[in-house]
Design a binder for this molecule. Sequence first.
Ligand SMILES: C[S@@+](CC[C@H](N)C(=O)[O-])C[C@H]1O[C@@H](n2cnc3c(N)ncnc32)[C@H](O)[C@@H]1O
Length: 261
Amino acid sequence: MNTVSDYLKNGVIDIAPLLSLVLGKSNTELYAQNDYALDNNQQQQLSNFIQQREQGVPFAYLSGKKGFYHLDFKVTKDTLIPRPETELLIDIILDLLNKNQKYQVLDLGTGSGVIAVTLADINPRWKVSATDFSQAALNVAKINATTNINFTQGSWFDAVTDQTFDLIVSNPPYIEEDDVYLKDLTYEPRTALVSGEDGLDDIRIIINNAPKYLNKGGYLLLEHGYNQQQQITKLLNKAFHNIKTFKDYNGNDRAVLAQIK
Ligand SMILES: C[S@@+](CC[C@H](N)C(=O)[O-])C[C@H]1O[C@@H](n2cnc3c(N)ncnc32)[C@H](O)[C@@H]1O
């Protein structure tokens, strides 16, 4: 077995994208040139990728990239693989803020940089800052940046000095520490996923500290787990008002936006 057609017939998980990756061909080219015979190096590389994929390594870690909104992002084992659900945060922000006005925006826990980089790329007038406590993740985010972003390292607001912002956005870790779903996510950094017994440890820190870092009338936007919206709304009630909740494109509760009182 060594032609593209032979491999495509064998039913291995993600075989077409894996072939595209090894051969540097688009999906259309693969099918149009399906009698192409792979040389020894290509066969070896492909079987290595197939083996890793079968062991559960996500495709994005093999290709080293993942599409998000209108850009492609480098991802490594030090970064979460960006999820389509997180694109909802971008849509909410673009509906909320005026593209032509100047805003100070902070992305907490930026990972590969998807939120900060996408916003800064669409809105060159906005001043975007991004933090993470993982220096390795920040190094990847810096490579992904298409415009000037102020990257700083530290735990949540420790990474921010005396600045204040019109919008603070975060997709923090929010999975409960004994969630059964974690067994399917063993290749991504646990510190990007898990947040204490109820999954809310980091969200509590962000909600409690955000008021000090928000300008008058400023907003906090958080992504969260499908079953956390009620508890988060309660946590927000003291210092925030105009609380709006959002569902993701699968119909699950996924984000909360709130304005400082
Ligand atoms: C769910 S990931 C989100 C990454 C990226 N924003 C995205 O949406 O794909 C959470 C991120 O928060 C970072 N993080 C976890 N604990 C943190 C902390 N105490 N302070 C700052 N960042 C933290 C992780 O390193 C990770 O990059």
